[in-house]
Design a protein around this ligand. Structure first.
Ligand SMILES: Cc1cc2nc3c(=O)[nH]c(=O)nc-3n(C[C@H](O)[C@H](O)[C@H](O)COP(=O)(O)OP(=O)(O)OC[C@H]3O[C@@H](n4cnc5c(N)ncnc54)[C@H](O)[C@@H]3O)c2cc1C
Length: 425
């Protein structure tokens, strides 16, 4: 799906400026509102939702439950892995929330009593709610790939939650001899950030080309197709001859890992790695399962108008944890969904009815530090799911000049600064 260049540029400008990711008109401040909303997870979805509920109706008491004192953002963390950015640029605190009268409870949520409507925290505190919003992100399916345990992740990092894992993968790349083999394994759908493994592959290939040119990179994939595939593959052909992508049909699906032997096993053979980045199968953050809002897939079915769980009333799920139809699991999506959910929750606590939303997502990827590509989509509820609005959005032009790629890399940077400024600033 490609769009005309002029209209697309206008679209990207708007998206990069962070203007109204959710095209839902915010309802007027409800009169005589009140009620208590608890939000679990202070990441892209949860932190946005909490602040927007308070903006829409200041009389609603809003508490965000977050287990970490500092949020570490995944977008741009692939640059940290290859030494082009520091982890400190990814870190955001919650000190601005008090001024918005959003209470932050710095503790893990450990239990949800859906009938009695309360959340229990690790320190034993019980928080009653009228509406609960969950945006816990992802957890690794530790039972999803034989041999890949929490201990294994210390040798073969996933780096799919930013932080110590990101730095571990960086140190391993730095320590690798020139001439070594790096292997990335990409999971089957659905997973957090569909273009993420390929952006990572690109930036690691860039690192190897500039720092360790005798080395090679193999991406073992459990899929035959991926986000922005032609754009990535055209760029790889031109820039990174030492990058090999192995698809599902050609034997890319990793069926187990042998950490001792630093080997990735597929049905077609074994791949020995000097550095192995295993991006494993994932599921909704554990608290979703505890609350009973995750189904057998491990993800959370939601009503696409209000983001209320289809399984448990009065609990809403946004961000990566939700099954959001055609919307990818991205920070942009989580932020857009959170605004729609905030408007719906503010209506529902005062007995109102949420309005039908339209939502936008744009995902930028860096193929090199000055080479950006993007995909954009617009979504609306249809048949109980979020579906693509036909003819809206699309991907970067296949044949664009390097100046356009450089411009998209600056848009990516602008997008990151805008969204983190809105969510945490
Ligand atoms: C390498 C990489 C690159 C990416 N690049 C991009 C990009 O360029 N653009 C983009 O849009 N997206 C990108 N993403 C995806 C993006 O990071 C996620 O989609 C986004 O973070 C989802 O937001 P969320 O609110 O669902 O989860 P998160 O942002 O992960 O937030 C979840 C929060 O919940 C907290 N939490 C979980 N459980 C509990 C509990 N029980 N109690 C208390 N707190 C809890 C966690 O500590 C965390 O702070 C990337 C991801 C990766 C891995």
């Amino acid at each position: 799906m490609t769009v005309k260049r002029t209209s697309r540029r206008e679209f990207l400008k708007t998206a990069a400026a962070g203007a109204s990711a959710a095209m839902l008109p915010l309802p007027a401040i409800a009169q005589g509102a009140g009620g208590r909303v608890v939000v679990v997870g202070g990441g892209f979805g949860g932190a946005t939702c909490a602040r927007f509920i308070k903006r829409i109706d200041p009389r609603i008491a809003v508490t965000v439950v977050e287990q970490n004192p500092t949020f570490i953002a995944c977008p741009f963390s692939n640059l940290v892995i290859v030494g082009l950015r520091e982890l400190s640029a990814q870190q955001f605190g919650y000190d601005k929330f008090a001024a918005d009268q959003v209470t932050v409870a710095p503790s893990p949520a450990t239990a949800v009593d859906a009938q009695g409507r309360s959340v229990t925290l690790g320190n034993g505190t019980r928080l009653p709610y009228d509406r609960l919003v969950l945006s816990p992100g992802i957890d690794i399916r530790w039972d999803g790939l034989p041999g890949y345990t929490e201990a294994a992740a210390e040798r073969m990092p996933h780096a799919w939650k930013a932080g110590e894992q990101t730095l571990l993968l960086r140190r391993q790349l730095e320590a690798m001899e020139d001439g070594g083999t790096v292997v990335i394994t990409a999971p089957a759908n659905p997973f957090r950030c569909p273009p993420g493994p390929y952006e990572r592959g690109s930036l690691i290939a860039y690192y190897l080309k500039t720092k360790k040119p005798k080395s090679k990179l193999i991406i073992l994939d459990a899929k035959d197709a991926f986000s922005k595939q032609r754009l990535f593959q055209n760029a790889w052909k031109a820039l990174y001859p030492n990058l090999e992508w192995v698809s599902l049909s050609t034997g890319g699906k990793v069926t187990s890992v042998d950490v001792g032997a630093m080997t990735l096993v597929t049905d077609f053979g074994r791949h020995k790695a000097d550095v192995a980045n295993v991006i494993p199968p994932q599921k909704a953050g554990r608290i979703a399962e505890i609350a009973g809002v995750a189904d057998r897939t491990g993800w959370c079915p939601i009503d696409p108008v209000s983001f209320e769980s289809k399984l448990v009333p009065n609990i809403h799920v946004v961000g990566d944890a939700s099954i959001a139809g055609a919307m990818p699991k991205s920070a942009f999506s989580a932020n857009a969904q959170a605004k729609v959910c905030a408007a719906a929750v503010a209506k529902l606590v005062t007995g109102g009815t949420p309005q039908e939303p339209k939502l936008i997502n744009t995902c930028y990827s860096l193929v090199a530090p000055d080479y950006g590509i993007s995909v954009a989509g617009v979504y609306r509820p249809a048949d109980g799911q979020l579906k693509d609005v036909e003819g809206s959005g699309g991907v970067s032009a296949i044949d664009a000049p390097s100046s356009t790629r450089a411009l998209e890399a600056t848009f990516a940077n602008g997008w990151f600064n805008t969204i983190t400024g809105e969510v945490f600033g």
